[in-house]
Design a protein around this ligand. Structure first.
Ligand SMILES: Nc1nc2c(ncn2[C@@H]2O[C@H](COP(=O)(O)OP(=O)(O)OP(=O)(O)O)[C@@H](O)[C@H]2O)c(=O)[nH]1
Ligand SMILES: [Mg+2]
Length: 382
């Protein structure tokens, strides 16, 4: 499926229908009097937030949304019908911005929300409306009031509970594929991922949504690589999972680059809770794991989770740490709940194994355990 996270569209509400100028004409009834009905109201432009979408791709193919005009009034006091509304659907997390892209007109964070973006014009009065004791045969009937029109920007900021960040090739997509049913593209060249992917992770009875975004490189805030445009998608996450490639001889430097980019982007990203993990531990010797973990812990001052997205080792404890932050944040602010279960179902937790690298000191037997668990991986899904 194609992904698009911004689109510019033209919306226009309907003009009101005109009032009618008419007189009652019937056999044996002279001076029947005015009976022109009012015009109907124009249709509204309505935006609806739905949870079975997660892209704005539809708006690449249709950019104009015009509501119907109100029907005209008619003789015999017939009021015109209201023009039909036009409804456009957007995924949860869409913001609607002014044409200058500065003012947020609406922020749709809950499925089912409907907002009237532009109201249709009122219908004009028919001549029956102007009948008074002193003017019993008015010939005045009004045009309908005009509708409104404007260009607006739609901007999607996906709603996920956790966001995956790291340098290109850190193994973010591999991690997403390991803990959710999402199937992002994975390859050993940088910038494999070109747009965000979502997946639902499950641990115990709890589910949460993870977002995998394109990798960041030094200078991303100035446009290097594919820039930091996609960081907008993790602005609403409650926790970030920072993956550092363990096969990189200097993991501390990778960590520093990403933290620098988060700070340069702003938006409070660098203040979000971060879970830090040393990835690709299956490709390292126990000594290397120990040494790189230590280096990372020293520079970050945080706990480092060793893991391997490929073998599945260590995933459980990382998910547990993410969940802890997510639950804590949900307690504080239950308002914006993570959205769409339509992203897919969570993967069975049985496919994940405990991390043998977590416990201090028993590094020696990690490879045995890894071998054993590797066997399990074969009977993956039946
Ligand atoms: N040995 C090993 N290799 C891994 C692991 N995780 C990912 N890789 C490999 O690393 C390469 C990059 O993995 P991706 O998951 O595409 O990395 P990414 O962070 O999503 O990269 P971009 O989308 O380009 O930013 C692939 O060749 C993976 O097979 C791991 O745990 N162990
Ligand atoms: Mg990727």
């Amino acid at each position: 499926m194609k992904f698009l996270d911004q689109a510019k569209i033209f919306i226009q509400s309907g003009n009101g229908g005109a009032g009618s100028c008419s007189f009652r004409r019937e056999k044996y009834i002279e001076f029947g009097g005015p009976d022109g009905g009012d015009g109907g109201r124009g249709g509204d432009v309505i935006v609806e937030c739905v949870d079975n979408l997660n892209t704005l791709i539809d708006y690449r193919y249709r950019q104009h949304f015009k509501a119907e005009i109100g029907h005209h009034g008619q003789g015999r006091n017939k009021t015109g019908a209201k023009g039909a509304d036009v409804v456009f659907k957007v995924p949860v997390g869409t913001q609607i911005l002014d044409e200058d892209r500065e003012h947020v007109l609406a922020d749709l964070t809950e499925a089912g929300t409907r907002l009237v973006m532009l109201k249709g014009g009122d219908g004009g009065f028919g001549n029956a409306h102007y009948k008074t004791s002193t003017n019993q045969a008015p010939r005045r009937a009004d045009e309908g009031w005009p509708g409104q029109e404007r260009w607006v920007w739609l901007q999607l900021k996906l709603i996920a509970d956790g966001g995956l960040i790291g340098l290109p090739n850190a193994g973010k997509s591999t991690f997403l594929a390991a803990v959710t049913r999402a199937r992002p593209k994975i390859a050993d060249y940088p910038f494999t991922t070109l747009h965000p992917n979502l997946g639902v992770a499950r641990i115990g009875e709890q589910e949460f949504i993870l977002a995998d975004i394109p990798g960041l490189i030094e200078g991303a805030h100035e446009g290097a690589g594919i820039g930091d445009r996609f960081l907008g998608h993790i602005e609403r996450c409650r926790v970030l999972l920072h993956l550092v490639d363990g096969t990189d001889p200097d993991p501390a430097e990778s960590w520093r680059i990403i933290r620098g980019e988060l700070a340069a982007y702003g938006g409070g990203l660098d203040e979000k809770p971060e879970v830090l993990a040393l990835n690709k531990c299956d490709a390292l010797t126990p000594e290397e794991i120990k040494e790189r973990k230590k280096a990372l812990e020293k520079i970050s001052g945080a706990k480092v989770f060793p893991l391997s997205g490929v073998s599945g080792v260590g995933l459980k404890s990382v998910l547990g740490a993410l969940l802890e932050h997510i639950l804590a944040a949900r307690g504080e602010n239950p308002g914006v709940l993570a959205a769409s279960a339509s992203v897919g179902r969570a993967k069975r937790p049985a496919q994940m194994v405990e991390s043998p690298w977590d416990a201090e000191g028993d590094d020696d037997d990690w490879d045995e355990e890894y071998e054993a668990e590797d066997g399990d991986e074969e009977d993956d899904e039946s």
